[in-house]
Design a protein around this ligand. Structure first.
Ligand SMILES: *Cc1c(COP(=O)(O)O)cnc(C)c1O
Length: 421
């Protein structure tokens, strides 16, 4: 459920007409709903009630500080995957003790930054990382709290680019080697081994892969405890999928997921940590764009819009589907036509949808991409020298620009022409 609904024939973001935002900020732009963000956070929080837990929002999904502060004020922690994300979370007021540091390639500088600024735990992904972290912590006179990310070798049954839990993926250490690696970690003075981490992929629409992975984590917890490790925290990653087709998809609910966590891991008495990104932000955001031209092709019609693959890369990168709806509500039973919906960027990959049924559209009309809140703005680029598009946050009947559109000069003046040219 989200808070982007038609009212009186027009699409609203909560209580604000989307067309009013378009008039104020220009197109294309992203708009997020505070109520949807908070609703999704609370669904997870409630799903884990009865177990000690922390929901650490995977901020790579949508990392604007206004979004982070909205969730942080509600009690969320953050899962960060770079020094930039760590800094951004801190700038948004998230305390270090609620920040978890994930990622396969943490640099020494990033590790130092987090140890200095405060961190809830590092999710360590390899033995060389463990050595570096231990050495840096010892050098700083600190002890780094860690979990070790294990790769359970389960098939997440999701798009290959976002599956992370198979042996062939670069993530974590093979679960078969976990006992040895924990023994090494346990002997390092600069590390405090507090738990286990697992994250098997993104946009999972079936609970079974989670169940397989969490059963393996439960078994490992008992083995590691038998070896003398004080395993007290389990970080279960993110990955729960969202319905990208509003009409015909019903992925598992956070409550189903929470019940699964309790069933597979509840008996261990560990603190549970989860890292949802997409399910919190995905359906909390739209990308809104204007039709520039309706172009007659040889055998099809193109809807050419002012948003492009540089603004929302998911269709080009993951063959992802987004529902695309007109901002003016089509009359009930109105005629439908089929369009290829494309952006202005100079490659054919800049195609959002093929043969998509829409009511007949005209130049100047607005369309909204649903489910664009996660992995949308954060993956945008300036390809074709198109400035990054603004982000807007709605709360009730208020809206605010939370990242403005840069001017062309700001974009162009970042280049430096050498003196000798
Ligand atoms: C990307 C990622 C997540 C979030 O995944 P979603 O599918 O957005 O929930 C969580 N944890 C880690 C380690 C990640 O890399």
């Amino acid at each position: 459920m989200d808070h982007f609904l038609y009212k009186n024939g027009a699409l609203y973001a909560e209580d604000v007409p989307v067309a009013e935002i378009a008039a104020a900020v220009g197109t294309p732009f992203y708009v997020y709903s505070t109520a949807t963000l908070l609703r999704h956070y609370h669904l997870f929080d409630e799903a884990l009630s009865g177990m000690e837990h922390l929901v650490c929002y995977a901020m790579k999904a949508a990392s604007n500080q206004a979004i982070l502060k909205t969730l942080g004020d509600a009690g969320a922690g953050m899962d960060v995957v770079s020094g930039g994300e760590y800094r951004r979370a801190r700038a948004a007021g998230i305390p270090g003790e609620r920040i978890v540091f994930s990622g396969v390639g943490k640099t020494a500088d990033e590790i130092r930054l987090a140890l200095e600024g405060g961190i809830r735990q590092f999710n360590v992904e390899s033995e060389p990382e463990m050595d570096v972290l231990n050495a840096i912590a010892l050098g700083m006179g600190k002890v780094a709290p860690i979990t070790i990310r294990v790769n359970p070798d389960v098939d997440a049954k999701t798009h290959a680019k976002i599956a992370t839990g198979k042996a062939e993926n670069k993530f974590g250490i093979p679960i078969s080697r976990a006992k040895d690696v924990y023994a090494m970690a346990g002997a390092m003075e600069g590390l405090d081994v507090i738990g286990i981490d697992v994250h098997i992929g993104s946009q999972l629409t079936d609970l079974q892969p989670f169940e397989l992975a969490y059963e393996k984590v439960a078994e490992l917890t008992e083995e590691l405890r038998a070896d003398g490790h004080n395993i007290r925290r389990l970080d279960l990653g993110g990955g729960l999928g969202i319905p990208y087709h509003q009409s015909n998809e019903a992925p598992p609910l956070p409550s189903d997921y929470g019940a699964l966590v309790k069933r597979t891991l509840g008996h261990l008495g560990c603190e549970i940590e989860i890292e949802p990104g997409r399910l919190i932000a995905g359906n909390a955001g739209l990308m809104v764009s204007e039709v520039i031209y309706v172009k007659e092709g040889e055998d099809r019609e193109f809807l050419i819009i002012d948003g492009a693959m540089n603004d929302l890369i998911r269709p080009a990168m993951y063959e992802a589907h987004h529902d695309i709806i007109p901002v003016v509500e089509p009359a009930a039973g109105s005629e439908q036509t089929k369009y290829d919906i494309v952006g202005p960027v100079c490659e054919s990959g800049d195609t959002f949808a093929k043969h998509r049924s829409m009511p007949p559209m005209q130049a100047g009309e607005l369309v909204a991409f649903r489910s664009a809140g996660a992995y949308g703005a954060v993956m945008s680029s300036e390809y074709n020298s198109r400035p990054l598009i603004p982000e807007v946050l709605v709360k009730g009947d208020q809206f605010a620009v939370i990242r403005r559109r840069p001017t062309f000069d700001e974009m162009i003046n970042r280049d430096t022409i050498p003196e000798w040219l």
